[in-house]
Design a protein around this ligand. Structure first.
Ligand code: GDP
Ligand code: IMO
Ligand code: MG
Length: 422
């Protein structure tokens, strides 16, 4: 039996989707454990090119059971849309399940998110993530299992909608009718009722049967509600420990925590980003948006802000997650750079620091850079570490030493097979 967790080490969009698809080959159960359809996990494999928002990326492997876990906030409309896309591409959904305890994202959460963003937000994905988690904490929300019983559903919906509509009106928006909400929930029940399970029992059965379980994280440590750059964060905890908290198993059972880090940095939304490149440098790494691996939000299509690799952030990601290994993605994107900068520490009010401080201080830091010579050659066809250019190996080994965790996989292209195993 093994429980492995896959987490983002930066601001999200590190390549978790590709790696979750890759690692699922040896997993029996794959669980999305937090976040919602704010995620955009790109997977490119024999079925096609996908930007997956909610369904675990193990879905492409017919032997994998996939579970949308208890810690997730679930928008059933998004899920149904995503199921249609996958089915049309020939992907079987017969092994897809939803935790009855997963919280629902309801139309009023989307409206509140939008209204809050309009009046000066933080650049959310406007998918209702923050409001849905807030309503969970206020105990004013519906869970997926509530859809099963019409009376339970109507009662919970009435309370929740009254509360939400008052908030919507206060924010200057149009309230949403209870009738339309009930109708929507009835429609969701028809489509999803057979997928609802007691996720905690299901997980225990897999543990007792000595199976391999993979937890797929959403976003990255810098956007963690507690540990990230508050308030420019999401409303859940992308860190590995949350897999245990939200899914109901002992953290002692975690065997492996794989951190996914991109060979440079990117972020979408507001907030401090110390190693942000100037627009000319960024444009080259960002691409035009024509290719599936260009740096545009897989959820919102927004151009990502691009920066150099930030070692204090990666060290922090290791500290808060306890990584066993790292996957370094998008090495190939640096192939044509003459020089590559890496931030090794910061100057904070004139003093050198080597750790990632909290938001206010992070907004004031100046990065200290070390410059590496580029390798100016194509790495995309490479499948053996030994065959990588010497300068690429120098770059990788520096990062590995600076973080203190082995880099076991290196991404040299967006497709499933474009990976070097070390
Ligand atoms: P996620 O949210 O962490 O799953 O990452 P996204 O899918 O949002 O963004 C990562 C992007 O990088 C996607 O466009 C992937 O197709 C792409 N990608 C992942 N690994 C590699 C790699 O090693 N090389 C290249 N060129 N692209 C990659
Ligand atoms: P994956 O899983 C990148 C960002 C938003 C915003 C902040 C809060 O693909 O890495 P939210 O809608 O969650 O309330 O927005 O978090 N954000 C992401 N950035 N990748 C994601 O997901 C993201 N999900 C949310 O841009 O700054
Ligand atoms: Mg993404």
């Amino acid at each position: 039996m093994s429980i492995d967790v896959l987490v983002g080490m930066q601001w999200g969009d590190e390549g978790k989707g590709k790696m979750a698809d890759y690692l699922s080959a040896s997993s029996d159960l794959v669980i999305r454990y937090q976040g919602g359809d704010n995620a955009g996990h790109t997977v490119i494999n024999e079925f096609g090119v996908f930007k997956i928002h909610l369904i675990p990326c193990g879905i492409f492997h017919s032997h994998c059971t996939c579970l949308i876990g208890t810690g997730v906030v679930l928008n059933p409309d998004s899920l149904i849309e995503e199921m249609d896309v996958l089915e049309r591409s020939g992907v079987s959904l017969s092994n897809l399940y939803i935790s009855e305890r997963a919280q629902l994202i309801l139309p009023f959460h989307l409206r509140i998110d939008e209204l809050m963003e309009k009046s000066g937000g933080i650049g959310t994905t406007k998918r209702g993530i923050g409001p849905a988690y807030a309503y969970k904490m206020l105990r004013k929300n519906l869970r997926a299992g509530d859809l099963k019983d019409t009376e339970v559903m109507k009662k919970a919906l009435t309370e929740s909608a009254d509360f939400a509509n008052a908030q919507i009106v206060a924010l200057g928006g149009e309230p949403i009718s209870l009738e339309s909400l009930i109708e929507k929930c009835m429609g969701w029940r028809e489509k999803l009722k057979d997928m609802l399970v007691n996720a905690e029992r299901m997980l225990q059965h897999y543990i007792e049967a000595d199976k391999n379980i993979l937890f797929e994280g959403q976003l990255g440590v810098m956007k963690d509600i507690d540990l990230g750059i508050y308030p420019y964060v999401t409303a859940s905890n992308p860190v590995a420990a949350y897999a245990a908290v939200a899914s109901g198993f002992s953290p002692k059972l975690i065997r492996r925590v794989t951190g996914i880090a991109k060979a440079f940095s990117s972020t979408v939304g507001a907030g401090p980003f110390p190693t942000e490149m100037d627009s000319g440098e960024a444009a080259m790494l960002r691409g035009t948006g024509e290719n599936p691996d260009d740096e545009y939000g897989a959820r919102t299509g927004r151009a990502r802000r691009i920066g150099w690799l930030d070692i204090p952030v990666l060290r922090y990601a290791n500290e808060v997650n306890g990584l066993t290994d790292i996957t370094l993605t998008k090495l190939d994107k640096l192939d044509s750079l003459k020089e590559i900068k890496v931030c090794t520490g910061y100057l904070l009010d004139g003093e050198e620091i080597d750790y990632m401080p909290d938001t206010g201080e992070l907004s004031r830091v100046e990065p200290i850079y070390k410059t590496f010579s580029g390798w100016l050659s194509d790495t995309t066809g490479c499948r053996e570490y030994a065959k990588l250019p010497e300068n690429a190996k120098t770059y990788i080994e520096y990062i590995e030493k600076a973080i203190g965790v082995p880099i076991k996989h290196i991404g040299i292209g967006p497709k499933r097979a474009e990976i070097i195993k070390r």
